[in-house]
Design a protein around this ligand. Sequence first.
Ligand code: PMT
Length: 426
Amino acid sequence: MNPLEGRNILIGVTGGIAAYKVVEVASRLKKSGANVRVIMTKNATEFVSPRTFQEITGNPVSVEMFAEKIHVAHIALADFADLLLIAPATANFLAKAAHGIADDLLTTTILATTAPIFVCPSMNTNMLENRVTQENLKILKNLGMKIIDSASGNLACGTIGKGRLPEPEDICAEIEKFFAENFVPREKNSVEISAGFGEVLTIVENPLPLAGKRIIVTAGGTIEPIDPVRYICNRSSGKMGYEIAKVARKHGAEVLLISGNSTELQPENLHFQKVESAEEMRRAILAEYESTNAVIMAAAVSDYRVKNVAAQKIKKSDENLTLELVKNPDILKELGQNKGKRILVGFAAETENLIEYANKKLEEKNLDMIVANNVTVEGAGFGTSTNIASLIHRDGKIENLPKMSKSELAEQIVRRLEEKFLLKEG
Ligand code: PMT
């Protein structure tokens, strides 16, 4: 089967002369079986008419932020996408995307999507090589977007140099490669994607792969009190777990996000429970474990807590202060001992011997998969918007993933979970 078959691809077209070449990109993707939708910026419509893309894709084309009949169009479009391709990407667009400016439908959708984003810069050579543009490209790359390099040749401005949009077949080949390597085929069926407020955005031929599944995701660091004022915590921001919860929800699961300490905003459309200590997190999970199909534990759970929490603020008196710590319950190990048919995914935050230590945790906690991250590597681990992870499976298979945004990694983890459900359920 073609890896593009049934995929939802959203194309963002910005205002460059190469917009006309993207008509062929859309056409090729559609012919390969993808469900293609297009967002055009106002400037893009100066080069190609929305009607052209509408005819090619068979779907309405979105331009205006507020003219849509559908409410919250950017959210619906963001949710629709398995992949967002920006082609051509102008210098102006790159600058806006790199700095989170959301002043039209396309830039707003980019902020709202958790789908992988591919960007094809296309412009005059001097504009491309300008340091500001190069810095913006670096930012986007570090945020985990894939930059498809511009080609060299004759440019519309009459010069010869780098800045051409790559040929449509090369852009499509990159996308096809991505889906071939990363995506589990979904079963065919008919499903409506709601755009909210009772409106239906589109009908696609995919059921949401996690429909009917109840999944617990944990995130953030636990807080272990010392006295009414102080506590022991760790560097977890909650980003990784929150992204997983959002992706699992997007894929149709009923999600309970149990969050320790986190700086993230509470996501919409899922069950949410805030906890502090490891013991509280344990109780919250166990209360729902019976009716749960899978647990993904991205939380950084404190291994120890203070034995005697002081009832009053500890006064600064002696030169030294000794706190006696006792072991916390190992939540995931306990879940593993009563696993039943559930799928359990853990994380391993390591600073050395990544694979060896992670493997040990996979065994000890009876997990189906462990996501191992070396938290000392730049762009990985605590607080960053990217991560670098190895996915270690129960059968010994190890996938060493490149650096990617946490939302993209969340997509990968959720896809593997879907694969495991398919295998378990035969
Ligand atoms: O939150 P972010 O800033 O985005 O950072 C992401 C992250 C680095 C926190 C995340 O990627 C990560 O690695 N989370 C796991 C952190 C951790 O506690 O790892 P661990 O190796 O100590 O624990 C192994 C597994 O057992 C984890 O799934 C953990 O949730 C679980 N555990 C640990 C201790 C304990 N007492 N009970 C547990 O269930």
